[in-house]
Design a binder for this molecule. Sequence first.
Ligand code: PLP
Length: 395
Amino acid sequence: MISKKMAVLVQNSSIIRAMFEEGKKLAAIYGAENVYDFSLGNPSVEAPGEIKEAIIEIVRGEESNLVHGYMNNSGYEDVRETIAKSINKKFATSFHAENILMTVGAAGGLNVILKTLLNPGDQVITFAPFFGEYRNYVDNFNGELIVVSPNTTNFQPDLTQFEQRINETTKAVIINTPNNPTGVVYSEETITALAAILSQKEKEFGTSIYLIADEPYRELAYDGITVPYLTKYYKNTIVGYSFSKSLSLPGERIGYLVIPSEIDDYADVSGGANVANRILGFVNAPSLMQRVVAKCIDAEVDISAYNRNRELLYHSLIEFGYTCVKPQGAFYLFVKALEEDDKAFANAAKKHNILIVPGSSFGCPGFCRIAYCVDYKTIERSLPGFKKLAEEYLK
Ligand code: PLP
């Protein structure tokens, strides 16, 4: 018999994954081109060509024990140095290899840092709407996730409420910008104010509160908008990055943590994270992929395709009478459901073969997430369905 805790987790297993499976079933009945599956954040843009070439070159060119062997649990030294230099060039920071820990995607990185930081009962604050897995990741280490309720006017965090939720057991705060599921980029004004609150609360309680910046969408930002680099605003910041979306490599499971030397208890946190990477069973991030991302450090996916999708979807939905904040980054659009019950609304959309995810999965009922990382043609073909769906409610 499985554990009680796991039995509950299985019961509540990800609705997003369930929709993805349902999409495949609908495609078998109606034909793939007549099903509009906006449920999963799986990049639709190809990984850059350099990636494939780098994989072949590395596998052909190096002795296999250098490509396939064990290494330091934090990752290859030279790879980490290359990444540190690249961050320094982009954001005028001063990181070195010892500040970088290669991880199994952002998900691996978040689990590593939470394992390193949390005592049972420690609180971790996040802002709704949020990536639903945070609840599981915090629970993995018997922490408690505290959710600041959403500010649905512009989806910038509600800082007044945030300030009230911090107490002596607050160990960390997770923020995600560009945000999944809203596509909103937190403004510099928001970040500065959030950092000031955290610094003030650290003083008040005599504690260290770590800000975990979950950044898999950093590179997916449109209209030249700046995404502030958080270590520059708050000393106790740890960045979790991933190549899943920025290089369209989600199945390859590669990312890193940035652990700046300035943070409180740096040596313990950094050493702890190294051990956590090992004992969580990751041991180290995939070795071939470490080499690949280092070799392709300046490669980029062509985000113009996502941008085209964003423009078409956003303007069409507004024209049909929907309400949503225009996303500034990532590849999600968070639309207001046309009835109070977001699950009922997602079900109504399904009747038009449109699969969208209820906002309650992200701690924000009353909205639905549309992942527009799909073919442009899928969006074009889905528009009559979105129009009819709106007419059912708005006529
Ligand atoms: N954080 C957020 C906000 C995400 O949306 C995702 C994936 O969709 C992850 C973390 C996990 O990303 P990875 O594939 O790098 O583990």
